[in-house]
Design a protein around this ligand. Structure first.
Ligand code: B12
Length: 794
């Protein structure tokens, strides 16, 4: 069994497959997996070469073998996968000359589609896609599942769940990081660790994207957080281009040396990805065989995560925003009843802006479908904020539905000392991962003494251990009882906090505001109690981050206890503040704010308000474009990630839909309209600007034939010629797609030298436009109209 060896001895993977197939004649565009059936001998030969080089584990040729990527009229997916496994097994017969035990890993790559809300692939559809492949793979005899090259935590979660729920095979998972240690969708190393450890994979690591040298710092960081055996499968260096072809230039010797370094840094399953060959692997094994492996070290960090970041519940206190909860909040109740998700999103963003680290989400109301509303709330809140969430519900069905859908490792509120509660909640934590809040109450209610609460805390921790849930994944809530009815309430809670922290060695959480129920000026009591609680060891206070008093407690506590280096946060917060209390006003969201934060409904509303006082074009130029520029810059600097970029784009589109309505088509005459062909060029899916150009041109009486985005040069040329168009308008927003704009212009001019081309889009300039042979460059949509009028209306 591979699991018995994993982490105890060095295990060797194989190397690249794609480039070896290309050498053997795989054509561009041809599906490599078809070779499992049509060129079985070649596949078998590659596997046997890797086995002969010394690999312990080889990956099947199934990277793209899933229903979303693999389309063939001739072959069934099941046959492709079965053949892949048979070839890999056969490869061992030809390549293994000693009597070592070797393994065939079913290779699982990404589906090639983006999951909602970034793309249109549903989470469960992704899950089912992986499930199908994995079930075939296990049937055909795979020894383990290796999920690799994942760049989105959500897709990764779908794949791991599919493996865990439908097979009995060990699961290895590796992701693709950039040099800063970030996934495409923004996830960092701790967030990947939190997710994968929560889902209980057997080994974790990284592959592809980088060469071994660039991976070493990331490996160190990974080792700091993970308790699992670490896999590294770097490329043979960073990709280089020559004559339009990609190549990698790290030699087998250098690769071997670098990988030995990685073993010293803690990797215990090693292999290669793109550009590596049996020679690289042979040299690597020669160099590393016999090296001692660093046993995986158990870490005790309490981590919760979202798709983009992890929050450590450690010595420094963290804030859990309490506002998304109907209890005692009339407006929130109404919003939940009316399914007004934007209200929730606004609360989410406000709390983030005010300094919350985690957001509590509780939608429990008697007369709503809690499960459905919770699912929607989680999905929507995760699309506007990357703060980790606390799923707060007493209903196990809602809890499971939310945990399944959640992108990351959530905090779960809650379990308690009642047997029934533990029986329901712990299996869910074991399966999906999460940090669970344990309330110190049981069948006999809430103990009046601190000792009584400590006993329940111990019971919860012991029971969790039976499921293999480590105490680092439990935070205890010793419960704050209101002092107006229980005079010893605060003291008992504070004592219990201290005992639990010291005797159980776990982190703690507390809903702070309950303490003052029934008293006047509650923030005074709350904030003082909050400070006392932090001093007794409260890790996470569930508070209202918009409360000035609570935040003062928080920032001053952190400054006083040296959790705020050089009092930086404190100074930033209060250096210029004169006022002592600012009444929290209902936030009036500006269009810029709505677009920057990806609030769709708010963006339409703000646009509706603005259009009453401002001209459409001014709104576009002064609000929409600057807002998108702002997120674009953040994206470039690595502070904004694709999901947020996407939500901003959606919000901008919503606003534009409103603005568009207000631009009444002026032209009513029946005259024959001049045709203009419009498209965003091949490879480019940015179409917001193009759509603005379209509306303005139509508004000025032109007949716009809109071919959409990502349009091939041939299609543009064919349409222009067949429809006798005299002006073509092209949009491109990326440096990489200006090339296809150039191709399009060249082909157009060949087909019809009289046809004029105007171009635009953020990356273009007059110089660029001249260089690629355009007739006109317009820096904004209005310029498109002026040029069209000059050309066609004279
Ligand atoms: C919104 C957005 C997205 C949205 C697009 C949604 C959509 N349906 O359009 C999403 C999230 C999908 C997206 C995806 C990606 N994006 Co993007 N995106 C942006 C962003 C933030 C805003 C673009 C925008 O809509 N601006 C507002 C409109 C109104 O402006 P505009 O298009 O320039 O149009 C105006 C004028 O230029 C002109 N105009 C436009 N077309 C034409 C045509 C003619 C004929 C004329 C005369 C005038 C004209 O008129 C318009 C109105 O005045 C920009 C950053 C930025 N500030 O530009 C990045 C940006 C363009 N994206 C970028 C990147 C890298 C990507 C991705 C590759 C990210 C990824 N890793 O997957 C993918 C690309 C996928 C692909 N193959 O195309 C980079 C490009 C870098 C570069 N220089 O090459 C940018 C610059 C961000 C950055 N700074 O890194 N993106």
């Amino acid at each position: 069994m591979i699991l018995e060896r994993l982490g105890k001895e060095l295990l060797f993977f194989d190397g690249g497959m794609g480039s070896l197939l290309q050498k053997r004649g795989l054509k561009p565009g041809e599906l490599p997996e078809i070779w499992n059936l049509e060129h079985t001998e070649e596949i078998l030969e590659i596997h046997s070469e890797y086995f002969a080089a010394g690999s312990d584990i080889v990956l099947t040729n199934t990277f793209g073998a899933n229903a979303l990527k693999f389309h063939s009229d001739e072959y069934e997916l099941e046959d492709v996968i079965t053949a892949a496994i048979v070839s890999a097994k056969e490869g061992a017969n030809f390549g293994v000359f000693d009597f070592r035990e070797v393994y065939v890993a079913l290779d699982i790559g990404p589906t090639g589609k983006l999951l909602k809300p970034m793309g249109d692939l549903d989470f469960e559809e992704a899950y089912n896609t992986f499930k199908e492949v994995m079930v075939y793979g296990e049937e055909a005899g795979a020894d383990l599942i290796h999920i690799e090259t994942m760049s989105d935590t959500y897709e990764l979660k779908a794949a791991v769940l599919a493996a865990k729920e439908n097979t009995n095979l060990p699961v290895f998972a590796t992701v693709i990081f950039d040099e800063k240690g970030k996934l495409l969708t923004g996830g960092d190393i701790p967030s990947v660790v939190a997710l994968l450890e929560g889902l209980r994979v057997d080994a974790i690591g990284m592959n592809c994207g980088l060469g071994p040298k660039q991976m070493i710092p990331l490996l160190k960081e990974l080792r700091k957080y993970t308790s699992l055996p670490i896999i590294v499968k770097p490329n043979a260096g960073l990709p280089k281009q020559k004559d339009g072809e990609t190549y990698y230039d790290v030699t087998p010797e250098e690769f071997a040396e670098n990988l030995a370094e990685m073993v010293k840094e803690g990797a215990c399953v090693i292999g290669g990805c793109c550009g590596t060959t049996p020679d690289h692997i042979a040299k690597m094994i020669e160099r590393c065989r016999g090296m001692e492996v660093a046993a995986p070290e158990k870490k005790s960090d309490t981590l919760v995560s979202s798709y983009g970041q992890a929050v450590v519940l450690g010595d420094k206190p963290v804030i859990i925003g309490e506002r998304i909860n109907p209890t005692g909040k009339k407006l929130m109740k109404q919003a939940l009843k009316e399914n007004d998700m934007d209200y929730l999103l606004r609360e989410a963003i406000t709390q983030q802006e005010k300094g919350a680290h985690i957001l509590d989400v509780n939608v429990g109301l008697p007369d709503i479908d809690e499960t459905e509303v919770m699912k929607e709330a989680i999905a929507q809140i995760q699309s506007v904020t990357n703060l980790p969430l606390q799923i707060d519900t007493v209903d196990p069905v809602t809890m499971e539905a939310a945990m399944r859908l959640y992108n990351g490792k959530p905090m779960i509120n809650s379990v308690n000392g009642k047997q029934e509660s533990m029986d329901q909640v712990f299996p869910l934590i074991k399966k999906y991962g999460g940090v669970v809040v344990g309330l110190t109450l049981d069948e006999n209610g809430i103990p009046e003494t601190a000792e009584g609460r400590l006993e329940i805390a111990k019971k919860i921790i012991e029971e969790a251990a039976k499921y293999g849930i480590d105490k680092k994944d439990i935070v205890i809530d010793v419960l704050a009882m209101t002092i107006s009815s229980d005079p010893n309430g605060a003291k008992t809670t504070l004592d219990a906090l201290e005992m639990v922290r010291k005797e159980c060695g776990v982190r703690t959480v507390l809903g702070v505001s309950n303490i003052s129920f029934g008293l006047p000026s509650r923030p005074i009591i709350n904030s003082n109690f909050y400070t006392m609680a932090m001093h007794k060891g409260l890790t996470a206070g569930i508070i209202n981050p918009s409360s000035e008093d609570m935040m003062k407690s928080y920032y001053s506590y952190c400054a006083l206890m040296n959790y705020d280096e050089n009092c930086e946060k404190y100074i930033a917060q209060y250096a210029n503040s004169q006022s002592t209390s600012v009444a929290s006003k209902e936030m009036n969201v500006s269009l810029r704010h709505a677009v920057e934060n990806g609030l769709k409904e708010e963006a339409s509303k703000a646009a509706k308000d603005l259009i009453k006082e401002k001209a459409a074009l001014d709104i576009i130029n002064e609000e929409l474009i600057p807002a998108l520029d702002h997120v674009g810059k953040g994206f470039e600097q690595g502070t904004v990630f694709l999901p947020q970029l996407l939500m901003s784009a959606e919000a901008a589109k919503n606003a534009f839909a409103v603005i568009k309505e207000s631009i009444a088509i002026q032209d009513t005459e029946d005259e024959e309209k001049e045709k203009i062909l419009l498209a965003t060029v091949k490879g480019d899916i940015h179409d917001i600007g193009k759509n603005i150009v379209k509306v303005l041109l139509e508004n000025y009486g032109f007949d716009v034939i809109d071919l959409g985005k990502d349009v091939a040069p041939e299609k543009i040329v064919d349409t222009a010629v067949s429809m006798g168009v005299k002006l073509v308008a092209l949009s491109a927003l990326m440096t990489t797609t200006v090339v296809s704009m150039e191709d399009t212009i060249r082909l157009l001019k060949e087909a019809d030298p009289t046809c004029k081309v105007m171009v635009g889009g953020a990356v273009l300039s007059q110089e660029y436009a001249d260089m690629i042979g355009a007739d006109f460059y317009g820096k904004d949509a209005m310029q498109a109209v002026y040029y069209a009028q000059k050309l066609l209306k004279n």
